[in-house]
Design a protein around this ligand. Structure first.
Ligand code: ADP
Ligand code: MG
Length: 341
């Protein structure tokens, strides 16, 4: 899109803008029948299959807020799509298309090529087509909008949790927050982190930079989970959204929160639990389901390659209470990430 300024400057930026768009288009070329018109005109023209509804979600990543300034372009490309796919997963939607609004400090073709490769690697996994976007100059910021399909009435909502339902989480919690701590380690921590079992640090940093959107798990939960959300801001904060939307509360057993061996290797129990309840950036699914369905549901998820863990239950009293093994409440200083606080 055009910016203001003298004609000479405008044309120089315009040439770079179209080079960048051509580069992104080439790296992210994924063919789909339902894309009647993709990148190149004033709007994409797309065909929604009959009987399906469109699920649409947008997330912005700002440098220094959503990822460290030092993050590699490839990882930023991956993560900008992953966090959006995670929202479709939480709705039980099948990914189809995306648009990409890219604000860049300069027209760096190499950076954009690497970014597009990271984006395309994940897009290819889900046969998702990049169908348009916008490219502008300014402080680094990436906004992706994803579109997916869900049959009428099948979307997983935050509002369906019922008293007596069990609460579950996919995968493990706290890894991404631990990965961020590994990158920002203070002096006292350096030796311990560097002497940790081989690969633990790298595993945690990879969980921060390349989250796995639980798309297949979201699809498996359709018709079975009573409520679902993806964990982006912090487990307790996100479970609170299910509770308020469903007008219920939850009791969580802190000792049942699933931990990766990398997390167990590197951090003491107090630090680990702080990452797990409030760290955020997990992109796991938190969902509720009737107790009676739990074992078949967990079996199906495990067979699909992703374990889920029962971590508590839905109760009538509003709010999320986290308890220790003895049933005593654990105080959570800050439940999750919030902007403007
Ligand atoms: P307009 O000026 O009509 O808004 P643009 O010049 O911004 O069009 O974009 C030209 C084409 O390139 C459009 O199809 C647009 O969707 C696409 N596009 C622009 N930037 C991106 C991007 N970062 N990623 C994908 N497609 C893009
Ligand atoms: Mg435009």
């Amino acid at each position: 899109m055009a910016g203001s300024g003298v004609a000479r400057l405008y044309s120089r930026l315009t040439v770079a803008e179209f080079d960048l768009i051509a580069l992104i288009r080439g790296r992210c070329a994924i063919a789909r029948e339902d894309v009647r018109l993709g990148i190149g005109d004033d709007a994409a023209v797309l065909a929604v299959p009959s009987g399906q509804l469109l699920a649409v979600s947008t997330d912005t990543l700002v440098a220094g807020v959503h990822f460290p300034q030092s993050t590699k372009a490839y990882d930023i490309g991956w993560k900008s799509l992953a966090v959006n796919l995670s929202d479709l997963a939480a709705m039980g939607a099948t990914p189809a298309w995306a648009t990409l609004a890219l604000t860049l400090p300069q027209a760096d073709l190499r950076w954009v090529g690497d970014f597009a490769d990271g984006f395309a690697a994940l897009a290819r996994e889900f046969k998702l087509a990049l169908v348009g976007g916008d490219t502008t100059q300014g402080p680094l910021s990436i906004t992706v909008t994803v579109h997916g399909f869900v049959p009428d009435g099948a979307a997983l909502l935050r509002s369906g949790a019922r008293v007596g339902d069990a609460v579950f989480v996919t995968g493990t919690l706290g890894d991404a927050a631990a990965g961020l701590r590994c990158l920002n380690k203070n002096n006292g921590e350096v030796d311990r982190l560097l002497s940790a079992p081989l690969g633990s640090r790298e595993t945690l940093i990879e969980r921060l930079n390349r989250p796995t959107p639980r798309v297949a798990q979201g699809l498996a939960l359709r018709g079975r989970a009573s409520a679902c959300i993806d964990i982006s801001d912090g487990f307790v904060a996100d479970l609170s959204h299910i509770c308020s939307a469903s007008a219920v509360g939850a009791e969580i057993d802190i000792e049942s929160l699933p931990s990766s061996s990398a997390l167990l290797n590197l951090f003491d129990v107090g630090t680990r639990r702080a990452f797990q309840v409030a760290g955020g950036d997990d992109y796991e699914l938190c969902f509720t389901a009737a107790e009676a369905d739990a074992s078949s549901l967990l079996g199906d998820l495990a067979r699909g390659g992703c374990d889920a863990t029962c971590i508590g239950r839905i109760v009538a009293e509003p709010g999320v209470r986290v308890c220790d093994g003895a049933g005593s409440p654990v105080v959570i200083p800050r439940s999750g990430w919030e902007h403007f606080v």
